[in-house]
Design a binder for this molecule. Structure first.
Ligand code: BGP
Length: 460
């Protein structure tokens, strides 16, 4: 076998409660920001398909876990819905929801599939958002209590916990660039949300350590390597600023237990430093993770600003750099994201060299494609482009492993075509095709390829 991976490498996929569970307002679940926003502005969602319309894992979990097995998974990430487990965000767990998650965890284990459980995937309960969401420290405390409930209920069987998936996305989407609720555009508020999210992370880690349950806890970050247009010092400075704001703002507290001095100085210089309280630094220092999840989709290419900033305009990250599109770059035209497979290697070697080579794994990587029915042959989607995409990324992971990276696995995004934020079902990512109308599931060619790779611990 040309590309052989360790026998205990994690082969799996990632998904999330809000994108798969369905029963969004049933099953005693309370609304999240997504249900609320969809009710307010259905026109923002592709073909007005909302979070209620999913593969309905809430009812199909047993069938889906059988498909996980069939597609070679030895591990699988999903999330717990805070709004389902504790409908008002605070208080006791709903027994019906606890029973659902217990069944899922037990069935995964019975099938030999290790559950990776994430506690928050963009799905703020509306009751908490009504208090100000992550801007309000009471929500930080409520989240920590929710995490403690999860450790107590499921910690005897779950060995791999994650506090957050891509915590920067609600910051960017909800408070900077207007693509998530609550549609605020304000850097200072964005910085506060980011800061409080990391306090929530560290509080959950503290509860986890106190619980004495075995296993490990981590965080999942979408890392976007920042490549400068040239080696000119001004372009290098632009890339460094983008890296500080979009990667190191979460990576450093998660792996080093504190923010980079350079980031603090930068935010101070522009009057954007969020307010802190005594005890925060100590709390953050306890938030160092055991395991880092890395979501990688695309790099960030930047150059120094071409035009001068209008000093009267509100501060935005783009004060510090301009985006730059590399000529000849490979693109995923449906998602508008650059495909740069080597980026995953650059992330892993950066972690090895600059962050003491942490235990980590690729927690998301995948390719969303529109109108996949074009590739239907004899009843199954022949998605060779997805196989190539995964293969090419895995080859770079393989090389990083050979050079000493402690990357422990690879999870594709995603298992089954799922509902995605405002894009709904426009782009399909799954190893398994979903017919939304009939709920019929059909394994794609990539699902069969993935099963073989997982069973053979590699591929040629
Ligand atoms: C990541 C999210 C996933 C998923 C994926 C694909 O940022 O963690 O939830 O949605 O991106 O992106 P999209 O669905 O927006 O195309």
């Amino acid at each position: 076998m040309q590309y052989q991976f360790p026998d205990d490498f994690w082969w799996g996929s990632a998904s999330s409660a809000p994108q798969t569970e369905g029963e969004s307002l049933g099953g005693a679940k309370s609304p999240t920001v997504w249900d609320h926003w969809f009710a307010l502005q259905p026109g923002r969602f592709f073909q007005q398909v909302g979070p209620q319309d999913t593969s309905t894992f809430y009812r199909h979990w047993r069938e889906d876990i059988a498909l996980l097995k069939q597609t070679g998974h030895n591990s699988f990430r999903t999330s717990i819905s805070w709004a389902r487990l504790i409908p008002d965000g605070r208080g006791d767990a709903n027994p019906q929801a606890a029973a659902f998650y217990n069944q899922v965890i037990d069935e995964l284990l019975a099938q030999g599939i290790t559950p990776f459980i994430n506690l928050f995937h963009f799905d703020m309960p509306m009751a908490m958002q009504a208090l100000g969401g992550w801007e309000n420290r009471q929500v930080v405390d409520a989240y920590a209590d929710y995490a403690a409930v999860c450790f107590e209920l499921f910690g005897d069987r779950v060995r791999h916990w994650f506090t957050f998936n891509e915590p920067i996305v609600p910051v960017e989407g909800g408070y900077l660039y207007d693509f998530h609720y609550p549609n605020v555009v304000d850097f200072k508020r964005a910085a506060t949300v980011a800061y409080h999210t990391m306090l929530a992370h560290a509080s959950a880690v503290r509860h986890f350590r106190k619980s004495g349950q075995g296993g490990e806890i981590g965080i999942i970050l979408n890392l976007t390597p920042s490549y400068p247009r040239s080696q000119h010092p001004a372009d290098l400075a632009a890339a460094n600023h983008a890296d500080l704001l979009f990667n190191r703002s979460f990576l450093d507290p998660a792996l080093r237990g504190h923010y980079p001095e350079e980031l603090i100085a930068l935010l101070k210089r522009y009057g954007q430093l969020p307010a802190s309280q005594p005890g925060d630094d100590e709390l953050l220092s306890g938030g160092i993770v055991d395991l880092l999840g890395i979501n990688y989709y695309q790099p960030r290419r930047v150059q120094c600003r071409i035009n001068q900033v209008n000093p009267d305009s509100p501060f935005m990250p783009e004060w510090l750099f301009d985006h730059y599109q590399m000529p000849g770059r490979k693109m995923n035209p449906w998602r508008g994201w650059e495909i740069y497979e080597r980026g995953v290697y650059d992330i892993l070697t950066n972690l090895r060299d600059n962050y003491h080579n942490p235990r980590c794994y690729i927690s998301e990587n995948g390719m969303g494609v529109e109108d996949e029915l074009r590739f239907l042959r004899n009843g199954s989607i022949e998605d060779d482009y997805r196989i190539d995409f995964v293969r090419e990324h895995l080859i770079w992971v393989h090389r990083a492993l050979a050079e000493g990276s402690r990357c422990l696995g690879y999870h594709i995004w995603t298992f089954i075509d799922n509902w995605s934020w405002t894009n709904a079902y426009k782009n399909r990512y799954g190893l398994v095709q979903l017919d939304l109308a009939t709920q019929r599931r059909t394994v794609k060619k990539s699902g069969r390829w993935f099963a073989d790779a997982a069973r053979n611990h590699g591929f040629d």
